[in-house]
Design a protein around this ligand. Structure first.
Ligand code: CA
Length: 234
């Protein structure tokens, strides 16, 4: 298999070089762009396997780059990991809504960054082969989309239809963060009027029903929720 190619869009040279070094050391191929316009041009020249996208860029900013990549059929499937300043939760939520896959907040460790990149690459590879109706086995939890049933070990967990949809949505992409808006849109449909808080209420109910495996549904402060990538060991 050829080396995965990552495009790094980052205006700060030190950070750009740090990321490039960390990725190439782990056997990935890296290309760099110093601003949004150069980043878009690089993607059009040769579509990468993943884009690491700084949000605070001069000129065309990161969110706009994300918007344009997702709006173009040729590039809409390329996974994007946003690189954000600490405390930029509202931009992260916007970016997730635009279709970005994940984010890393500065300052980050190179090790953490590489792990995120590899996780998203893994997910994007498996996403092309996974059937939506496939049973999800995640440690002690089994989610069966065909029968609309969830089991912890062999015990069925009695979820409501909405709770089931939320859990299925999160668990179909372990490790990926979803904003409350994304969860609502998926679980309740786009035409339902609900508040953010109702997601929290559903999540609380799901956790309660998962009992000792409640930690599988993780809170990402200021952003939303994700399903743990590591199956819980109890
Ligand atoms: Ca920047």
């Amino acid at each position: 298999m050829p080396k995965p190619r990552v495009l790094i869009v980052e205006d700060e040279a030190d950070i750009r070089e740090l990321i490039e070094y960390a990725l190439t050391r782990e056997g990935l191929e890296a290309e760099t762009a110093a601003d949004g316009t150069a980043g878009l041009a690089a993607v059009r020249r040769r579509v990468p396997d993943l884009v690491l996208l700084d949000l605070m860029l001069p000129g065309v900013d990161g969110l706009e780059v994300c918007r344009r990549l997702k709006a173009d059929d040729a590039t809409s499937k390329v996974p994007i990991i946003m690189v954000t300043a600490k405390g930029d939760e509202s931009d992260v939520v916007l970016g997730l809504g635009l279709g970005a896959d994940d984010y890393v907040a500065k300052p980050f460790s190179p090790k953490e960054l590489v792990a995120r990149v590899q996780a998203v690459l893994r997910r994007s590879r498996s996403a092309t082969s996974v059937n939506d109706k496939q049973v999800i086995d995640h440690g002690p939890v089994r989610i069966d989309p065909n029968r609309h049933k969830v089991f912890v070990l062999d015990d069925e967990v009695p979820l409501t239809a909405t709770e089931f949809r939320i859990l299925l949505y999160l668990a179909s992409r372990p490790g990926r963060v979803f904003s409350r808006d994304q969860i609502l849109a998926f679980a309740l449909g786009p035409n339902t009027i609900v508040t953010d808080r109702s997601v929290d209420v559903h999540i609380r109910a799901i956790r309660k029903k998962l009992g000792e495996h409640r930690d599988l549904v993780e809170t990402v402060r200021g952003i939303g929720y994700r399903f743990s990538e590591e199956p819980a060991v109890h």
